[in-house]
Structure formats: structure tokens, C-alpha cells
Design a protein around this ligand. Structure first.
Ligand code: GLU
Length: 310
């Protein structure tokens, strides 16, 4: 009996999920510019290590990358600082909300992991490394362009301004960590960089392509470029698996069984070790802040493809 091709499975899963659930969840509105996104959007893109692609729906439409950018700044910071990064940020799931400040006091300004906001702000400080925010933002954007093999990726200035105007919790986190000497750069510069990295616009198609190096131990399988060492790629995947979905990371491992990173823009990047990278986007979030329909699509796709690492 002929087995279904990747394209057929992606189309079938996409259609099934979109027909039954399109528009479910609640669009993030704590960043005013994000609240205006059409909740009915739904995109899904897969790219394999052999370069085969399969897409469904709005895979071509740019959305706000938000916290998924933290995967790429972690990549940059690890390559620059190496193991020294781990003196400034941990790698344990936090079990609390992405913007929580409570653990920071007890843990002396060293955030639990690079994917909660506090940890990501420390990582951004490491990427900033004494440069101007403009230089660091261009560096992050260009890294993403290079990895996605696409020069159209840009910061959405309106979202960045909106984040800066309302990011009081992030200012609190950054100032708090500065008080513990865990930020080197000026709070303003670090946050300006952070808000801009979160405001990059990217499509599912571009995002899957940009993450593909993580499926091949840090080597881009399509052009042979080494992006990070195999060790660092393993570590990034491990942190995506354990910390990539805020305080629902255990649930994502349970349901999908793959390293992934979500963002409040409704996107999720997922890595299938040795096989593929998958990006999904649906703006409505569940109560923990992860894309509701996106998670469901990944659950079904991973099950159909037998992709879970467990
Ligand atoms: N820019 C967002 C914030 O800092 C990112 C949140 C997210 O996607 O988790 O609040």
C-alpha cells in the first residue's frame, strides 16, 4: 500500500485542524500592536534535512516572532561566551510564568533559563556586548536572514515601539538583574535590543528554514555551513525541550515530544532531530500563552509522522 507523502500529511493535518479549530484561543493583547492580528490566520511549514518542503495555509505570511527569537539570540550568545554563559543564566524549567519576577530574588538575579523573559534579557545583554543597540539589532536580524536564506526579514517598528511603551515588567526584571550585577549594558540599551528582536517579522516558511541547523547538530544540511558546534546544538535543543513552552513545557513534551519554542505572537518552532524543522502559526493563545491551534497541529503532525523523540 502506498504511504502518504509529507506534503499529503501536512495538507491533511493542516486542513483537519484549521476546519475544526481555526480562530481558537485568545490573541495576546498586553502588547497593543499584537492585539490587532487576525485570529483566523493559520500557517504550517515543514522543511526536511533533505530540503523537501511542505506547507499549509498562511505559511507565507509574516507574523511577530516574539519569544522564538530567544532561540537565535541563545545561539549567538553561546557561540560568543561558550560555557561562561551558564554563570549568568540557568537551564532549569521555571514552572512559573514567562514574565515572573518571584524566583529572581531568591536566586540572586540569575534567571532559571534563557527562555523566560529574565533569562532572555541576560542573553540579549551578552549579545549586545558593549555595542550600540542598533548594531546588535542588525546583527540579530542579519543572523536570522542568513539562517532563513531570506533578506526580507525586518523588525516591525510599530510592535517594537508598542513593547517599549508597555514593557514595564521587562524593565522591572532588567533593573532587578542589574541590581545583582547580572547585566553589563545599560538597561535601556539591553531592552531596546530585546524589544526589537521580539518584533522581527517572519513567516512559517522562513522560520522552519532558519531552525533547520538545529536538526543536524548545528550544521545547516542544505548548504553545509556550520552554525554552532554539535554540543551547543544539543544544548539548545535540550533547553527547547525542557523550557520552550513557559510553564507548559512538560505538557508540550508530553503531547508533541519534540524540542520547541513558542512566542506570544502565536508562532512555534519545532525541531525533529535528524529529520526536519517545523514552524506553525496561529495567533490565538491558550491560558499559558502558547498557540492553541498551533500546538494541536504539531501534536497531530508529530503523531502522524511518528516524530516524537520518546
Ligand atoms: N516580547 C514579549 C515580552 O517580552 C515576548 C513574550 C513571549 O513571546 O513570550 O513580553
Amino acid at each position: 500500500m502506498p504511504t502518504d507523502s509529507l506534503a499529503e500529511i501536512v495538507a491533511a493535518v493542516g486542513k483537519e485542524v484549521a476546519d475544526a479549530h481555526r480562530g481558537a484561543g485568545k490573541v495576546a493583547d498586553y502588547i497593543p500592536a499584537l492585539a490587532r492580528v487576525d485570529p483566523n490566520r493559520f500557517g504550517l511549514a515543514v522543511i526536511t534535512c533533505e530540503g523537501e518542503t511542505a506547507e499549509f495555509g498562511d505559511a507565507w505570511l509574516p507574523f511577530s516572532i516574539q519569544s522564538i527569537s530567544k532561540v537565535f539570540t541563545l545561539t549567538l550568545a553561546l557561540e560568543r561566551l561558550g560555557e561562561a554563559l551558564w554563570t549568568r543564566v540557568g537551564r532549569e524549567p521555571s514552572g512559573s510564568r514567562f514574565n515572573s519576577i518571584v524566583q529572581l530574588e531568591a536566586e540572586k538575579g540569575v534567571p532559571r533559563n534563557p527562555f523566560i523573559n529574565a533569562g532572555a534579557i541576560v542573553v540579549t545583554d551578552a549579545v549586545l556586548a558593549g555595542r550600540t543597540p542598533e548594531a546588535a539589532i542588525a546583527d540579530i536580524r542579519d543572523t536570522l536572514r542568513r539562517l532563513a536564506d531570506n533578506d526580507t526579514i525586518e523588525v516591525d517598528k510599530e510592535v517594537a515601539t508598542s513593547e517599549a511603551a508597555t514593557g514595564f515588567r521587562n524593565y522591572a526584571l532588567a533593573n532587578f538583574m542589574r541590581g545583582f550585577d547580572n547585566l553589563n549594558g545599560p538597561v535601556e540599551d539591553v531592552l531596546q535590543t530585546y524589544f526589537h528582536q521580539c518584533s522581527l517579522r517572519i513567516t512559517c516558511r522562513q522560520l522552519a528554514r532558519a531552525g533547520l541547523f538545529l536538526a543536524r547538530e548545528g550544521l545547516d544540511p542544505l548548504n553545509g555551513n556550520r552554525i554552532v558546534s554539535p554540543e551547543h546544538a544539543r544544548r539548545i535543543n535540550a533547553i527547547m525541550m525542557t523550557c520552550g513552552h513557559y510553564d507548559a513545557s512538560g505538557e508540550f513534551a508530553f503531547q508533541v515530544g519534540l524540542p520547541g519554542k513558542s512566542g506570544v505572537g502565536g508562532g512555534i518552532l519545532t525541531i525533529v532531530p535528524d529529520r526536519a524543522a517545523v514552524a506553525v502559526w496561529s495567533p490565538g493563545l491558550n491560558e499559558v500563552g502558547n498557540s492553541q491551534v498551533g500546538t494541536l497541529a504539531l501534536e497531530k503532525l508529530a503523531a502522524r509522522m511518528k516524530w516524537s523523540v520518546f
